[in-house]
Structure formats: C-alpha cells, structure tokens
Design a protein around this ligand. Sequence first.
Ligand code: SF4
Length: 172
Amino acid sequence: MKDTLRILTTLECNLSCSYCCNNLFKFKQKYLIDLDLEYTNICITGGEPLLPNKIHLLKDILLTNELLDENIFILPKIYIYTNGIYLSYSLLNFILSFNNVKGINIGIHPDSKNQILLTYKYLCESNKIRFMIEDKYRSIIKYAENKELNYITWTRNECNMPNEDWILLKDK
Ligand code: SF4
C-alpha cells in the first residue's frame, strides 16, 4: 500500500527546467471530489502550484482536507512543493494557517537561484520551510549552511518515487 498521494494541481509552470520529472510520466487525471485522500501524506505540487491562475486548486485541497472528519480516519500530513517565485508573505501565512500543512519545500532552480537570497529573511522564521538544492550547486549549499537554513539536496534524474501515487488534478 502506497502511503503518499502526490497531487499535481497543474502541469503549467513559470520555469521550464530541462530536467523536469513531469516530462517522463503520463498522469492519471481526477477531479478533487473523486480523490481518495486516505493517505498518510499528501504532496501538492505541479507544475507550479502557486501560479496565480492555479492557486485556487491548492486552496481547494487545503479546505477539503480541513473538512475531512478526523473521527473517520487519520488526517494526512500535507507537504507543498514550489519554486517559491510566487510565495508572498501573505500567501505563506495563509498556507501555514492550516494545521495539517507540515512543510513547504522550495526548489532552487537555475532561473531562480537568487531567490534564496530574497526569501530567507522572512521564510526562515518558519521551521516548516525547507529549501531543496540540487547537489551540484555547492556554493548555494554552502550559503544555506552558513545561514543555518533548513535544506536537503537532490540529485538530477531521480524521479521515481516508489511509495507514491501521482494524480493530475482536473480543473473545472
Ligand atoms: S520549477 Fe519544477 S515543475 Fe517547474 S519546470 Fe522546473 S522542475 Fe518542472
């Protein structure tokens, strides 16, 4: 039994990274109302889930999850994956107002490397923020270490997640 549901709210993105894992798969598509949310973890990703024209889908998932009856099953932990470019302070506070959101993972990509400089000042106040840095970016890893940022490294082309079901969310 897989323990994680990865919901892609969209395949649209404001970046176009050559190594994007989304180029490798064909996705099952479902409406939110048809999704089985009885997983230990729900990862919300894309594409870019914070795109202004797609953010309503992320909000719908957070609100739906909050309405689930915790007497019936254990509520899943929610993790959000974003390139962070649209992550404003108010949006961050909105997302973190949902208790089940356990982490916001910000990927540092070639077109957004400087973003780590812009965001850490206010983002690091939340221990739910984690930066995801490709292992070849040694200088950024060093920077993150020096600033005592919460980060993990990742390796290109490691796209397979054997413990996850992947669903592309259908919009109306
Ligand atoms: S930011 Fe993420 S989703 Fe967007 S193109 Fe790059 S790897 Fe793909």
